[in-house]
Structure formats: C-alpha cells, structure tokens
Design a protein around this ligand. Structure first.
Ligand SMILES: Cc1ncc(COP(=O)(O)O)c(C=O)c1O
Length: 381
C-alpha cells in the first residue's frame, strides 16, 4: 500500500503570504479563515491567569468540563450523553481523526458533501479510507440528502454530516436530518457529525444528530462559537459501543489537551452574554455582506444559515479561483479562500469569504473590493 497523497489547504498558503505582506507593512484584512477575531471570553482569560499560578499543569482530563458538556447536550438538545462518552481533545481536528479511526477500518467508504471542509477528504485519505464525495449544488442547498446517500451503490460504511457547513453555512432541515438518520440506520451506515458551528445560527435552533441517533459520533470545539481557536480544545462524543475503541486510541495517540485550556473552557461555557454578542456581530456582518456583495457583481451565493462564511459563485469572473484570490490579495490586501479547497471539481469557480472579522475590517475590505471587482469584471478575468 502506498502512502496516500494529501492535497494542500490552499488558504494556508495564501494566509502565509498575507502575513508576509503584513510584516512588510501592508494592511491586510484576514477573511481567509474562520477565525474569530474576538478572543476568548474575559472570564475564561481571568480563570487562566488564576490557575496558572496554582495548578501543576500535568496530564489532566477535567471531569467538571466533561460533566458540563454532558449537561449542555441535555439542556440544549434534550439529548442524554454520559460524561464517559466524552473525550477532550486539542480541537475538532484530532477529535475527527479519533472518530474516524475508532469507527472505521482502512478501506472504509465514507460519504460526504462536495463542497465540504478540506480536512474531511484529506483526513479520510490519510487514514487509508475512501472519501465518497457527493456533488451538492444550490438545488440541494450544498447539503447531503437521504436520497443522494440512498443512491450510492454499494452503500457507504459511513457519512460525514456538517450542519452548519463549511464553506457554505447551510443547515440541514429537521426533516432531512431525520430522513438521513432513518436511512443510515436501515442500511447500517455509521454517522459522524461535525457540529463545530453549533451556536452560530441565523435561522433558529440547529439540531444535533444525537437528538435522533445516539449511535452517531459527534465532534465539536471551542474554536468557533467560544472564540478560542488557539487554545486548542474540543471534544468527541462517541456511543457506548465505541467507548473502548476510543479510549484505547486516546491513551496511545493523543493523551490530554492543555490543562490551562480545560480550566478556561469550563468557564467559557457560562459566558453566554459575551458570546451571544459575537453572534450578533456575525449576524450584522452577514447582513452587510448579503447587501453589498451584489455591488461586487456577486449574486449567486449559498444561503448562509449559520457559521461565518459566504460561499460565492464567481464563475463569471474566473475559472481559476486560486489565482483569483491570490490576485485579490496582492492588489487589495484582502485575504480570502479559493473554492478549490472545498471542492476539487467545481471549486475553481467559487470563493469563500469569512465574516468572522470585526465589522470595521469588513467595511474596509468592501471599500477595497468594490472597485477591484468592477475592474476584474470589466477585464473579464
Ligand atoms: C468544519 C470544520 N471542522 C473542523 C475544523 C477544525 O477546527 P479545530 O481543530 O480548530 O477545532 C474547522 C476549522 O476551521 C472546520 O471549519
């Protein structure tokens, strides 16, 4: 078996370039990553300062944090999860590796929506599994559906759900989620659900797969809603039948996330007022982009129900989204992500704007982009 080839995350290359440009004195607006600019909640930072002087910071799994996460599932979704079913990780990324490696064998076929988060297909490949990408366009709101999964022959071993999704922000309806769960149960398909954008919805409550399917695995993180990406803290929920498989892998491959982050994360759970303030800002930014993107000649966009992204069709401007985003960065200092990262087939004519920046910076980006897009359209590039 040869070592699998993994595609690069192009936005990382653009971001590195953007940071080099900033070091050379250029003013850069960073809209390439879903990275909150707000920082951790104030009380979480204060807790980190407090424990730094008093805690030995050894290997540690915070039982109170696991209990708090379990309570969160009960309170938010009415789903019962025992603390023993929860593992704390360094973000959703290792939680995802843990989920896949615990639930599937090498060679397993795992279906996912295209476009989708770049790491899904690459992590599957790195673990010697086979991503089965289902093309999902505007008609499907860029989401998987029970009928698309049912059409796969042979059925996949698993699926990855992402709602709200990256790069589109679209959310699965309750009816579709339940239809998917029913189909998967019927055909013995294991569900892994990435719920990292929960809490960031502009259209009402979002359903956790655990409300409908206690056998699913769920990954989540403090990186988005909690605004703590650099603290590297997340979690995995796995069903009782997989506890031993997950536990043995955690003990060998990952151990524990930073103690400091676990202390801070527990406090962050109760900083709702501050965090909801961030969501209000994202909503404002989203509305601003929806209103102003037509000035850039961008009309065909995925409905951003949640998360902090707008995935836009720029096929009338380019056939090479990577070169287009690189030119936009070089000319204006606005960093964005090319659709190619999320969709290797059609992403050449899409780009993703992250609106996790402050409203001031978003307005600055628009000031620079409006004339640039007018020229790009006029030049037919
Ligand atoms: C959909 C999705 N899942 C997982 C991650 C990884 O997040 P982290 O490892 O910071 O928790 C990201 C990061 O942007 C993401 O967009």
């Amino acid at each position: 078996m040869t070592v699998p080839r993994i595609d690069p995350f192009h936005a990382v290359g653009l971001s590195t370039l953007a940071h080099q440009m900033a070091a050379e004195g250029r003013d850069i607006v960073h809209m390439e990553f879903g990275q909150p600019s707000t920082g951790a909640p104030k009380a979480a930072i204060a807790e980190a300062h407090r424990v730094l002087d008093s805690d030995a910071m050894g290997y540690w799994e915070s039982a109170p944090l696991k209990a708090r996460i379990a309570r969160h599932y009960q309170e938010t979704y009415g789903a019962t999860v025992q603390p023993e079913q929860i593992w704390l990780t360094c973000g959703a990324s290792p939680a995802f590796v843990l989920a896949l490696n615990s639930a599937f064998r090498p060679g397993a076929r795992v279906a996912l929506a295209r476009p989708g988060y770049v790491a899904y297909r690459n992590t599957l490949r790195a673990l010697y599994m086979e991503p089965v990408e289902i093309p999902c366009g505007p008609a499907e709101r860029f989401q998987l559906s029970a009928s698309a999964i049912a059409a796969l022959d042979p059925p996949p071993d698993g699926i990855i759900l992402a709602s709200p999704a990256n790069p589109t922000g679209t959310i699965l309806s309750e009816a579709e989620m339940q239809a998917i769960v029913a189909l998967c149960r019927d055909r013995g398909i294991r569900i892994v659900s990435d719920e990292i954008y929960h809490g960031l919805s502009y259209v009402g409550p979002v359903r956790s797969v655990l409300q409908d399917e206690p056998e699913a695995l769920v990954v989540n993180s403090f990186s988005k809603y909690f605004s703590m990406a650099g603290w590297r803290l997340g979690w995995l929920v796995a069903p009782p039948s997989l506890i031993e498989a997950v536990q043995t892998r955690v003990g060998n491959m990952f151990l524990t996330p930073p103690s400091l982050s676990q202390h801070a994360g527990l406090v962050a759970f109760d900083c709702r007022e501050e965090l909801e303030g961030h969501v209000r800002m994202y909503r404002h930014n989203r509305d601003l982009l929806l209103e102003r993107l037509p000035e850039l000649g961008i009309e065909r966009i995925a409905p951003p129900d949640g998360a902090f992204y707008i995935y836009a069709d720029i096929g009338h401007l380019t056939n090479d989204s990577l070169a287009f985003c690189a030119r936009l960065l070089a000319d204006t200092g606005v960093a964005t992500a090319p659709g190619l990262d999320f969709d290797p087939v059609e992403g050449n004519r899409f780009m993703r704007f992250s609106f996790a920046v402050s409203t001031d910076r978003l307005e600055e980006a628009l000031r620079r982009m409006v004339p640039w897009f007018a020229r790009a359209g006029g030049a037919g590039r």
